[in-house]
Design a protein around this ligand. Structure first.
Ligand code: SF4
Length: 220
């Protein structure tokens, strides 16, 4: 047998994936006064969200790795969540949301796929997920929800019931509203959110926009 890497055909697949991603994330005018922010963009680096909105072709935002991860995420979500319930989209207090599934009993379900082990995940629960799940719960007015994680290696599926107090929910929502207002002020003033300021440190590792931020940061 002779194996020859076919980069041309590989690129055909990657280009098709890019088209799908642009259709899902890029077919709206982002970071404009008319557009309401999506919850997920408020949870993570605001500078990244700004750069992504300007990357209309998606070539910087969506590297090969990002495209493959997108494919895995969408395929897994489809097979794991659609038998459970349909997703639900909406807007709450000027923030858009997309709940991964709402069951016929009305249970709200957030879903993730992870490449880390269960132990590491639970011991170091990602702050972005915490903010997202509680954000969705606030938007849906519930104090209980399901949080489902499929762990890829080693393969495992765990569902947690999340239960929080109204106080905890409201505190988290205050944080999100502050981010919403901050983001909206940057949109109105047409300023670039200062790099390395509105993000968690780990987000910069391997970020596709690192070079742009280094250049922009050097001007400050
Ligand atoms: S390099 Fe860091 S500050 Fe810049 S966009 Fe990426 S995550 Fe944000």
């Amino acid at each position: 047998m002779k194996l020859t890497e076919d980069q041309e055909f590989n690129q055909v697949i990657l280009d098709a994936l890019l088209e799908k991603m642009l259709g899902r994330y890029g077919d709206r005018e982002r970071w404009t006064p008319l557009e309401r922010p999506h919850l997920s963009e408020l949870l993570y680096c605001l500078t990244k969200s700004y750069w992504q909105a300007r990357d209309k072709s998606g070539t910087v935002s969506f590297s090969t790795k990002t495209r493959v991860m997108f494919a895995l995420g969408v395929a897994l979500e489809d097979i794991m969540m659609r038998p459970v319930g349909d997703s639900e989209v909406g807007t709450f207090e000027g923030v858009q949301f997309e709940m991964d599934a709402v069951t016929t009993k009305g249970e709200k379900v957030e879903y993730k796929s992870k490449r880390m082990g269960v132990k590491r995940f639970t011991e170091d629960f990602p702050i972005g997920y915490y903010r997202q799940v509680l954000g969705y719960m606030k938007m849906h007015g519930v104090l209980k929800a399901k949080f489902v994680v499929i762990f890829i290696i080693p393969a495992e599926l765990i569902t947690w019931e999340v239960e929080v107090s109204q106080e905890e929910l409201d505190k988290n929502w205050e944080w999100i509203k502050n981010r919403r207002d901050l983001r909206n002020r940057f949109v109105e003033s047409r300023e670039i959110p200062q790099p390395f300021t509105f993000n968690e440190e780990y987000e910069c590792k391997g970020c596709n926009f690192r070079l742009l931020c280094d250049i922009e940061g050097a001007k400050a």
